[in-house]
Design a protein around this ligand. Structure first.
Ligand code: SAM
Length: 275
């Protein structure tokens, strides 16, 4: 059945390993667009063949010359065009940002069909705190640049999520051990595939494991947030004294409880003795 699609850009997420992870809507859109822009026509050709879809494929990456992008934008103004990457969600460490930006500037309709992304699959499997996470793409391959990036992110109160390659995993873990000591790390490998695994521990434990069993395949590397250091009552007393110079005991206790995680009632009792 042919469903007419309105003109515009359709960002379509595709499987990251298991070909069953394609949505019904993705199939419908890939069938009915006028063309599919993709990173590699052979890889997308194989996916479409598996889905029984014949489509016009146009190679696109964000570094393509402006003419190639303009050609696609002109087509989108009057027809529906899909954008896919080799695997997962386009624009997530993959091409598409410049195309989406240009389309939006030109008033072309842009819509995004959600689906797999390795970063999300990794964080859900890792057992690391998932209420806050920061996706930071690939770590730089060179040691100094990698240490600088990790140093910048050291204070972020969230799980850090990186994409990594198998040959660089142990080097990345060594830099994490040196720059972010004491953190729990998780390595999620070959997600949605036959040999999927998610292993967690200290960077040192993971280095020992992967030195003995060199990893293969694709990897999401995650670093848990810095452990919360419990403030002592002595620290709290110093903070309370400072607060009490301008606040009444109940407000001083509330402020210090928020800053330290200590019990507000105990802090209030202490504040009354200090006043
Ligand atoms: N756009 C994709 C996404 O949404 O997941 C990511 C593209 S990025 C160029 C490729 C990187 O994603 C790989 O080097 C790896 O770090 C990660 N990745 C992709 N598929 C994966 C999988 N099945 N298991 C683990 N990591 C994967």
């Amino acid at each position: 059945m042919n469903h007419a699609l309105s003109p515009g850009l359709y960002i379509v997420a595709t499987p990251i390993g298991n070909l069953g992870d394609i949505t019904l809507r993705a199939i419908e859109v890939l069938k009915n667009v006028s063309a599919v822009a993709c990173e590699d026509t052979r890889i997308t050709g194989r996916l479409l063949h598996h889905l029984g879809i014949k489509q016009r494929l146009i190679r696109y990456d964000d570094h393509a010359d402006a003419n190639a992008r303009d050609g696609l934008l002109a087509m989108m103004a009057g027809e529906a065009v899909a954008l896919v990457s080799d695997a997962g969600t386009p624009l997530v460490s993959d091409p598409g940002y410049r195309l989406v930006r240009a389309a939006r500037e030109l008033g072309i309709a842009v819509t995004s069909l959600p689906g797999p992304s390795a970063a999300i699959v990794g964080i859900t499997l890792s057992g690391l705190p998932s209420d806050r996470f920061l996706f930071a793409g690939f770590l730089p391959p060179k040691e100094k640049a990698r240490a600088d990036v990790l140093g910048e992110l050291a204070g972020v109160p969230a799980t850090l999520v990186f994409y990594e390659t198998a040959p660089r995993l142990t080097d990345a873990l060594a830099t994490i051990a040196a720059t972010l000591p004491g953190r729990e790390v998780a390595v999620a490998r070959e997600l949605t595939k036959l040999f999927e695994e998610c292993r967690s521990g200290s960077p040192e434990e993971l280095i020992a494991h992967y030195t003995e069993h060199p990893p293969r395949g694709e990897i999401v590397l995650m670093v848990g947030p810095a452990p919360v250091v419990e403030a002592s009552m002595q620290d709290a007393e110093t903070l309370l004294r400072a607060e009490l110079t301008h606040a009444k005991p109940s407000h001083a206790a509330a402020a210090v409880a928020k800053a330290t995680g200590l019990d507000r009632k105990a802090l209030y009792a202490l504040a009354l003795t200090l006043k």
